[in-house]
Design a protein around this ligand. Structure first.
Ligand code: PLP
Length: 393
């Protein structure tokens, strides 16, 4: 078979550039260099003991068969209870569909809502896979440039201005990857109203919602049953490799998504689902809240530290574990700078390139999902790195 015979939709899917940087870092590590990784968006914590025990018990008890496509009833109930206790929201378990991570949730939502050639609005910068989920179903992601004055997010006005005949909906993430910034609740309410008025869909990826450091907990689910919400066990629950997430859907969409999930995945891992129930025990939540406090502590250290190195952090991130820092006072090419920081200081940061063209050359993303010691060591190395560049200039 020749490559010419591959489906043309592949032409609209770009590779993850950050993986190239990770490969270069791996080569340096093989050569014996000590590298500090602040590129990857993955908690440095793993699942708490009760969660691991629940998985082990599920395996020992032979609970490893397929589950229903919508997920284990006790897990859907536990997620529903979590919405009540954290957000004060009554979400019927029947509206919750358990998936293999937020990725499968996004895939199912896009398969259901994105018609061929339909346009979906999203901010630039945003999580790179989002535009590729849309492209996979032959829709078009319309990236809307958004700077710090808009918290790198869409506003209701942008939705109004950019909505066209071809637009079907918006895909948002709050807090966002790569910026760690949330859409303010009032703005999100206005966005949902704009979209609703036009008969479109709103998908809000709340994968980092559990890691919100400011204000009272807020979910887009409070804005109406028509909002599609994505979430996951990967970030707040520290379970990236377990591949577990969920969707909260308008009731009418549940049978449609269920039908698709049955065909595409059958179900999410049953072992992970049994373990997932244990995430919501008081004991596990206490551990997660401690870890969340640790992430906040790291944010409060790293933001001023980056500024003292010459980066600008125009909006202090209020969630997730990322800082999107403006490096224009240090370099006119974020790509080159991240390569130099890797080669000369042994520190991995990600250039803006993957997240959209608007901020690509001006911003770098730092993930503080690594120990405080590593963060302090990275800052010390970068101080030396920038001092020697200054001296050489
Ligand atoms: C905004 C956002 N959505 C979705 C995902 C995918 O997460 P999952 O591991 O739940 O598939 C990620 C992963 O980094 C992300 O940052």
């Amino acid at each position: 078979m020749s490559l010419n015979e591959l489906a043309s939709r592949l032409n609209n899917i770009a590779p993850f550039h950050v993986m190239e940087l990770a490969k270069k870092a791996a080569v340096l590590e093989q050569q014996g260099r000590h590298i500090i990784h602040m590129g990857i968006g993955e908690p440095d914590f793993t699942a708490p003991p009760a969660v691991v025990e629940a998985a082990t018990r599920a395996m020992a008890d032979g609970k490893m068969q397929y589950t229903s496509a919508t997920g284990l009833p006790q897990l859907r109930q536990a997620i529903s209870d979590h919405y009540r206790s954290v957000y004060g929201l009554e979400i019927a378990p029947e509206r919750i569909v358990v998936t293999a991570g937020a990725s499968a949730a996004l895939l199912l939502a896009c398969a259901t809502l994105v018609e061929k050639d339909a346009q979906v609005l999203m901010p630039d910068p945003s999580y790179p896979c989002n535009r590729h989920f849309v492209a996979a179903f032959e829709g078009q992601a319309k990236l809307i440039a958004s700077g710090p004055e808009h918290r790198f997010q869409l506003s209701a006005q942008m939705v109004r201005e950019h909505w066209s005949q071809a637009t079907r909906g918006v895909l948002l993430a709050s807090p966002s990857n790569p910026t760690g910034t949330s859409i303010l609740p009032g703005e999100l309410r206005d966005i949902v109203a704009e979209v609703r008025e036009r008969g479109g869909f709103t998908i809000v990826d709340e994968i980092y919602q559990g890691l919100s450091y400011e204000g009272t907990p807020f979910s887009a689910l409070s804005l109406g049953e028509d909002v599609v919400v994505i979430n996951s066990f990967s970030k707040y629950f520290n379970m990236t490799g377990w591949r577990l997430g969920w969707l909260v859907l308008p009731p009418a969409l549940v049978p449609q998504i269920e039908k698709l999930a049955q065909n595409l995945f059958i179900c999410a891992s049953s072992i992970a689902q049994h373990a997932g129930v244990a995430c919501f025990s008081a004991q596990s939540i206490a551990i997660y809240e401690e870890r969340k406090a640790e992430f906040k502590r790291r944010r409060d250290y790293i933001v001023p530290a980056l500024e003292s190195l010459g980066f600008k952090v125009p909006v202090v991130p209020d969630g997730a574990f990322y800082v999107y820092a403006d490096c224009s006072a240090l370099s006119d090419d974020a790509d080159r700078l991240t390569l130099d920081m890797l080669n000369e200081a042994g520190v991995v940061l990600v250039p803006g390139l993957d997240f959209g063209p608007f901020t690509a050359r001006r911003y770098i993303r730092l993930s503080y999902a690594t120990s405080m010691e590593n963060l302090q060591e990275a800052v010390a190395r970068l101080k030396t790195f920038f001092a020697s560049r200054k001296a050489a200039a």
